[in-house]
Design a protein around this ligand. Structure first.
Ligand SMILES: Cc1cc2nc3c(=O)[nH]c(=O)nc-3n(C[C@H](O)[C@H](O)[C@H](O)COP(=O)(O)O)c2cc1C
Length: 137
């Protein structure tokens, strides 16, 4: 069952940019072995991650990631069955969205509101399309 999991978390104050680079490097390597794709959006204080793949594989990975001390206050936003992947060619794409989302000029005012609610863990059927749009920008 192809599925998509979205969560948000607070980046630990001790999580450096070098840590984020290391997370991304490990993710690209590990996720390809498990046929997992997705993206990681980050700022100085937050993470949003999308994981796509077989339900069992992404839930196991999510349980593993939750134990990582480089983040905390991990909130599951959604776990849905999907017909196809939004990020088929990304083992783990990444984007620094900035602290005030200054890079999100591609989003309409309405989309920015949904994105800010997403950062607080609020689910929206539009969330994945908005994240996809940020990556196409
Ligand atoms: C925000 C965040 C996202 C992460 N995403 C992934 C991921 O997509 N894939 C992955 O293998 N590890 C990811 N990690 C790293 C894992 O928590 C873990 O460090 C890594 O899988 C190595 O695990 P190991 O030390 O048990 O081998 C992430 C960590 C954080 C903090």
């Amino acid at each position: 069952m192809l599925s998509e999991l979205i969560y948000v978390s607070r980046r630990s104050t001790t999580c450096t940019d070098a840590d984020v680079a290391q997370i991304l490097e490990a993710s690209v390597h590990q996720n390809s072995k498990k046929d997992i794709t997705g993206v990681l959006l980050y700022s100085k204080s937050q993470f949003i991650q999308v994981l796509e793949g077989e339900a069992a594989a992404i839930i196991t990975l999510y349980d593993h990631i939750k134990k990582d001390p480089r983040h905390h206050q991990i909130l599951l936003v959604s776990l849905n069955l999907i017909e196809e992947r939004y990020f088929p060619s990304w083992q783990m794409g990444s984007k620094n969205v900035g602290e005030n989302y200054e890079f999100l000029t591609c989003l309409s005012n309405q989309e920015q509101i949904v994105f800010k609610q997403l950062l607080k863990g609020q689910e929206s059927s539009k969330a994945i399309k908005i994240i996809h749009k940020i990556f196409q920008d």
